[in-house]
Design a protein. Structure first.
Length: 188
């Protein structure tokens, strides 16, 4: 009951309806966000791991990304929540690069050849370390263009740079990877 200007208005039903609508809206929002997390978690984690080169840092990046997306969920769902999440992830990683400037990479010890499935893991580790050793701009361009299979335009938009910058950073990054992995390009 609400009394204003000498009149009494029964607001009980409105308040209950409003509260139940708010609960339904929050539940709907939470369900949509949960579905979004389930559909994007693996890809975001893989990208974060490739960008950071560290399992624990990748988990932190993904967690921070989802936290920021949740806070802006209503705005993010207007256009493309996955795009908003990708951009947030990359911005968080860039912020981390700016804070640390240089990452210390540990050298891989050379050992005896490994056979079977372990060889595939060793090769993947060798490639991951080579990608992690790239300068940040080249690493971002290579990860987005070739590991996440984004177009040049999408990569440029995600990084906030021109397409030519994406092309040059990706080209330099691939050349550096070839040198690091001991693979020379073949020209026909």
């Amino acid at each position: 009951m609400l009394t204003t200007g000498g009149r009494t208005i029964d607001t009980t039903l409105e308040d209950e309806d409003t509260r139940s609508l708010a609960v339904v809206a929050d539940a709907s929002k939470a369900a949509a966000f949960t579905s979004f997390v389930a559909s994007t978690n693996d890809a975001l984690y893989r990208s974060a791991h490739l960008l950071s080169g560290n399992h624990h840092r990748a988990e932190e990046l993904v967690q921070q990304t989802y936290e920021r997306v949740w806070r802006r969920w209503d705005w993010a769902t207007v256009d493309d929540p996955a795009g908003y999440a990708w951009r947030t992830l990359f911005n968080l990683r860039i912020d981390g690069w700016r804070r640390t400037r240089r990452e210390v990479l540990t050298a891989q010890t050379e050992g005896a050849p490994i056979a079977g499935a372990e060889a595939a893991v060793a090769e993947r580790d060798r490639i991951t370390r080579a990608v992690a050793a790239l300068p940040p701009k080249q690493r971002r361009a290579v990860v987005l263009r070739y590991l996440l299979d984004m177009s040049e335009a999408d990569t440029a938009e995600t990084l906030g740079v021109a397409r030519g910058t994406v092309k040059s950073n990706a080209s330099r990054g691939l050349s550096a990877l070839r040198r690091a992995l001991g693979e020379e390009p073949t020209y026909e």
